[in-house]
Design a protein around this ligand. Structure first.
Ligand code: HEC
Ligand code: HEC
Ligand SMILES: [Ca+2]
Ligand SMILES: [Ca+2]
Ligand SMILES: [Ca+2]
Length: 459
């Protein structure tokens, strides 16, 4: 009798960690009410449905600046001049092609793609790390006429063998970067952190997640002992002149879309603004310093681009009720992928636009930093690298839209530098805090693995 009561109590208990909650119809609309049902090559390029009137016009103007090809100043087209002196690309969309994700890496040894950029730091002695004295905070291969570009980045690959418990063998390609044709001397003691352009969808919803909902998942000392110690990045906001929670970028280095966009204009294209008024030219680069330009983009246009990046819609889930996708979803919970890839949030009622307010959304991210192990680290040594983020830490990326990257961008490359050639490889690269989940993945049967991938493709 006693035993029976005990069992009843157990079965009435809430789902324990690892057990998937029942499928909720809202999951189909990953980006809330504004989700788009276009699954074509344009899937990432729509404003949240319901965007009308003045806001729709602002989205369109922002869209045109996102696609604008910037030219050298002075020019008769003053609305789009100020390119460089050094730069990675001439438009936002040359890296975020179709508002999507860059490829980053070539299939075989050679020059890296324009969409892969490198943030630079120099190690000084034991700990201290500063922007590189010769090459600045970012490596820009390109330059305007009369100014010297910084050089080229090439990649070669090391093969890493991986085996599954069922005997299946596969191979990962680890990129090894070479900086060549360097115009400002050798890069000594340099940490070069590779970053590929991610897809642009749902970013306004990410910005609308309440800070407390992100901070509540922090566990820096791993007090609950599950091996996961996510922590928030806290970064200096140039807009507020104060520390803020970092949310955007592969290391959560930027606190808002406005600052992320202004930093992209500055570092990637050489377009200065009131937020980032100084070009990335060092004292080793006198011609770059001489050709600096000021106020290349004004606050109004910066805001239009920001509105654009806030409103890009998340696609509705595909094959949402397919039994194999549902089985994959269960496995995703069972092997604790959810301990970092937090399924869902309700956005704030204070978001700047109606379609972003009070939305139940499914980004599958905790937006916290995790130590992802040696193989993904920027450097063999553990240094602070972007505000609080270290060389080994990466922000859990949202998983929405990943299944449509092949349709939109014609490749299936994932992770911070595009090294994973498939979603499966992306999982196999997980180390550090992600090691346990990765190991559990390699212990699954072939069918279970395929179902999990089908689930990821449906996001
Ligand atoms: C040279 C390629 C390149 C260009 C050009 C570029 N980006 Fe990016 N973008 C990136 C990379 C790489 C990241 C990730 C940055 C990081 O991790 O710090 C990124 C990240 C972002 C993010 C944050 C996305 C997220 O998921 O957190 C936004 C927003 C963004 N870019 C907007 C823009 C805008 C607006 C422009 C044009 C002004 C632009 N980008 C130009 C490569 C590029
Ligand atoms: C410890 C936290 C953690 C756990 C657990 C975890 N992930 Fe991740 N995941 C990350 C981080 C951080 C990245 C980004 C790493 C990078 O780019 O170097 C990532 C990247 C990914 C990506 C690529 C996303 C992209 O945009 O490129 C996929 C797919 C993914 N994870 C799936 C999974 C699956 C499936 C599981 C369970 C087997 C899992 N993850 C478990 C933290 C985690
Ligand atoms: Ca400029
Ligand atoms: Ca530079
Ligand atoms: Ca923990």
């Amino acid at each position: 009798m006693k035993k029976l009561i005990f069992l009843l109590v157990l079965s009435a208990a809430p789902a324990f960690a690892g057990e998937a909650p029942p499928l909720d119809p809202s999951e189909e609309f990953a980006g809330g009410e504004g989700s788009t049902s276009d699954f074509s090559m344009q899937a990432f390029s729509h404003p949240a449905s319901g965007t009308r009137g003045e806001l729709r016009r602002e989205f369109s103007v922002g869209n045109s600046f996102f696609n604008t090809v910037w030219v050298t100043s002075p020019s008769s087209t003053t609305l789009r001049d100020g390119l460089g002196p050094v730069f990675n690309a001439v438009s936002c969309s040359s890296c975020h092609f179709k508002d999507g994700r860059g490829r980053g890496l070539p299939d075989t040894d050679g020059r890296v793609d324009v969409s892969l950029l490198f943030r630079l730091r120099q190690k000084l002695g034991e700990r201290e790390v500063i922007p590189h004295p010769s090459y600045g905070g970012q490596f820009q291969p390109n330059s305007i006429l009369g100014v010297t570009g910084e050089g080229e980045v090439h990649v070669s690959y090391q093969r890493i063998a991986v085996s599954y418990s069922d005997g299946t063998l596969t191979e990962l390609l680890k990129p090894v970067y070479q900086f060549i044709k360097l115009n400002f001397g050798p890069m000594l003691d340099t940490i070069a952190s590779p970053r590929v352009a991610p897809q642009m969808i749902g970013l306004g919803l990410v910005e609308a997640i309440e800070e407390k909902d992100i901070l509540s998942k922090e566990d820096p000392l791993d007090l609950d002992g599950d091996g996961i110690s996510g922590r928030a990045n806290r970064v200096f906001s140039v807009e507020h002149q104060a520390p803020r929670l970092g949310r955007f970028g592969w290391k959560a280095g930027k606190p808002s879309l406005l600052e992320q966009n202004a930093a992209a204009f500055n570092g990637d294209i050489g377009i200065t603004s009131s937020l980032f008024p100084v070009e990335d030219c060092t004292s080793a680069q006198p011609d770059c310093q001489r050709e600096q330009t000021q106020d290349d983009i004004d606050r109004v246009r910066l805001q239009q681009v920001t509105t654009y990046t806030q409103l890009l819609a998340v696609p509705v889930r595909r094959d949402f009720t397919n039994p194999r996708v549902i089985a994959g979803r269960a496995t995703f919970h069972e092997i604790n992928c959810t301990s970092c890839h937090t399924p869902s949030y309700v956005t704030s009622s204070n978001a700047p636009h109606e379609v972003l307010k009070n939305q139940r959304v499914y980004p599958y991210s905790d937006f916290l930093l995790h130590d992802m192990g040696d193989d993904l680290a920027d450097d063999v040594e553990d240094f602070a690298n972007e505000d609080l983020a270290t060389t080994r830490e990466w922000r859990t990326p949202p998983l929405w839209g990943n299944g449509l990257v092949p349709t939109v961008n014609g490749h299936s490359r994932y992770l911070h530098d595009g090294r994973a050639r498939s979603l499966e490889e992306a999982i196999l690269w997980h180390g550090g805090e992600g090691q346990k989940s990765k190991a559990a993945f390699t212990n699954l049967s072939k069918t279970e693995r395929e179902n999990l991938i089908l689930f990821l493709e449906s996001l």
